[in-house]
Design a binder for this molecule. Sequence first.
Ligand SMILES: Cc1ncc(COP(=O)(O)O)c(C=O)c1O
Length: 438
Amino acid sequence: MLDAKPNDLNAFWMPFTANRQFKANPRMFTAARDMHFTTSDGRQVLDGTAGLWCCNAGHCRPRITEAVQHQVAELDYAPAFQMGHPLAFELANRLVDLAPDGIDHVFYTNSGSESVETALKIALAYHRARGEGQRTRLIGRERGYHGVNFGGISVGGIVNNRKVFGSLLAGVDHLPHTHIPENRMSRGQPEHGAHLADELERIIALHGAETVAAVIVEPMAGSTGVLLPPKGYLQRLREITAKHGILLIFDEVITGFGRLGSAFAAQHYGVTPDMMTTAKGLTNGVIPMGAVFASGAIHDAFMQGPEHLIELFHGYTYSGNPIAAAAGIATLDTYREEGLFERCAELAPYWQEALHSLSDARHVIDIRNEGLIGAVELEPIAGQPTKRAFDAFLKAYDKGILIRTTGDIIAMSPPLIISREQIDQLVDTLRDVLNSLD
Ligand SMILES: Cc1ncc(COP(=O)(O)O)c(C=O)c1O
């Protein structure tokens, strides 16, 4: 015990972090409430990112905190296989009530990455259950982010997340991304680029439609820097996949639970996929939990054969964990009671105008927005990609706002409880930061 060194930062190998930079100049949060974090040096930092796109109702919300505290003392854990507990069923019913018509089952996971793996496996097993086991190909998209497990990085299209991890899954192809110069400075959904969905026809023709199991895309690509679907693009993907008997999976890990002003992007854009992958806002980020939403047709294809046999050989020790389920129910209650999805839709025009007022700030080359999500893209420093945005992140933190960067793009996705004054604070501070950068 005498050897314990609680303040030594060395042992924790931090995820998606510049470890040496961080440990030389640590940035620590020690508390949070509503829209703010408290830092270890006692400052308040406005949360411009809902944590990691997950705390949609803000921080330490009493209903969720109490639900977790109660549940951990009541039923801390129940085996997830061949046993159940009521809250997991209650939450599943509540979730399918929010989903588009026809999506009426959920399979629990513990993260967005696991939701993606689960959906890809269900897609393959679904075709096999229907006697089409030759449908093994998966199609993702350039710049797509589908978490960090092997299936997800295989269908994903962020080069640094893939290139050092070997040969990945076989039989994967990628659509082109939708980020085209004609759409610079678009407000909301861009006008140009629906034709990019037609590339799917080309890829399908190349491989033979009967070999393709599923197409997976983020309806709005968040982690790569907020790339919006051009008008008509998602509808076209839906038409093509339906025509060829290919499943369409929307990765709604960021867009789910109100971020665009509807429960899911599927409703916001008026396109219903066959499966949706979710996590993050499902429990307001409080306890790890994810869920894959599946259509009745997919679910029912598995419900055959002798009834004592397991229909899908897949699941996690913590699938539907009681504490996570309690957090999920309390989170959905909070969203509903406070009308947060509607609030997001109401604030979206104000957010859009505020964000686009940055168009004449230094280094800004593009601004994109939808719902309560936005990106400000910066001209990279020659020969030092990512550095300018990272410098902005550090300065912003010093000035009391939390933003997120990916490459030279600043992404923001505040909790849906943000006020207009706080939007102004976020944008005004960011303007000062950008104008002070070399
Ligand atoms: C669209 C999408 N899918 C999957 C993931 C992975 O989620 P997790 O980090 O919970 O594994 C993310 C995380 O940002 C995401 O944005």
